[in-house]
Ligand binder design. Structure first.
Ligand code: B12
Length: 217
């Protein structure tokens, strides 16, 4: 079943970033036996999203949150076809605990700076949604890359806002307001870019710039 879901996801330039199995767990739809986390699959993802009706409506009518609306339609459609339920990381508090779910997959770990790090996408990992399935679907686990890494992430933030000591959100936001912050705003968070695993993943600066602007609105 995993191969079938991966093929379905790939048609939308999404990939299964990890998954976990469970039984009768609170906070999940009744009968859920596994949860698969879905996120962008580059190359191709960002160009594909920009070709979709939600992005066109964002351009022509300034309709907000095009990537979230696209995620709802596409992952919602996948869930319907699979007899599953779609769950999303956005939509306001209380949020589904994607961070905690990610840690349970064995393919996503907490990095030295606490941001999540994924086997193939490194610190550039992000989630567009999850599928709660009635079937038990096992996703292979991986090895935490940080254990054998020189950890450039810990000193990459130009203002020390995201380090092993934690994440100083006001300091991050204040830096993004200054001319010096343009590089993070236009190319993505310097900490996330410093990760050697991220560097092997074809995420586009333009994609990061979109999310940095949403974060910094
Ligand atoms: C609220 C939120 C934030 C808040 C608060 C973070 C904080 N620690 O104060 C703010 C707005 C600051 C934020 C920022 C970012 N976030 Co955020 N955030 C969330 C969100 C929507 C909800 C988390 C939550 O409150 N859960 C409920 C509580 C009870 O559960 P929890 O597991 O304890 O939640 C904690 C973690 O999620 C953590 N956290 C959330 N974001 C971040 C970012 C950083 C840098 C760190 C260290 C921790 C952290 O803080 C939460 C509260 O303690 C999640 C999605 C989700 N549904 O989980 C994304 C999420 C965790 N964030 C994510 C991302 C990508 C970011 C950004 C990097 C966005 C970007 N620009 O690309 C930025 C960081 C800025 C930067 N330097 O680039 C990703 C994680 C990717 C990763 N590699 O770890 C998630 C999973 C969203 C997604 N769709 O993929 N975020």
């Amino acid at each position: 079943m995993l191969a079938e879901i991966e093929a379905m996801a790939a048609r939308h330039f999404l990939s299964v970033l990890g998954g976990f199995t469970c039984e009768g767990e609170a906070g999940l739809p009744a009968g859920t036996r596994s949860v698969l986390l879905l996120g962008p699959a580059e190359p191709g993802y960002w160009a594909h999203v920009k070709s979709q009706p939600e992005w066109q409506q964002f351009q022509t009518e300034a309709k907000p949150d095009p990537v979230d609306r696209w995620s709802r339609r596409v992952i919602g459609g996948m869930a319907c076809d699979l007899g599953a339920k779609a769950l999303f990381p956005f939509g306001g508090a209380p949020y589904h605990p994607f961070y905690q779910w990610a840690l349970r997959t064995g393919r996503v770990w907490d990095s030295p700076v606490k941001l999540l790090v994924q086997a193939e996408q490194g610190l550039m990992v992000s989630f567009r949604g999850a599928l709660a399935l009635k079937q038990r679907v096992e996703v292979p686990v991986g090895e935490r890359p940080c254990d054998t890494c020189a950890r450039p992430c810990v000193s990459a933030c130009p203002v020390g806002a995201l380090t092993e000591a934690g994440y100083d959100v006001p300091a991050c936001r204040a830096f993004l307001d200054q001319p010096m912050g343009a590089d993070c705003l236009n190319s993505g968070c310097a900490v996330r870019r410093a990760c050697p695993v991220s560097q092997g993943y074809a995420r586009l600066a333009e994609h990061s710039a979109y999310h940095m602007r949403m974060f910094h609105k």
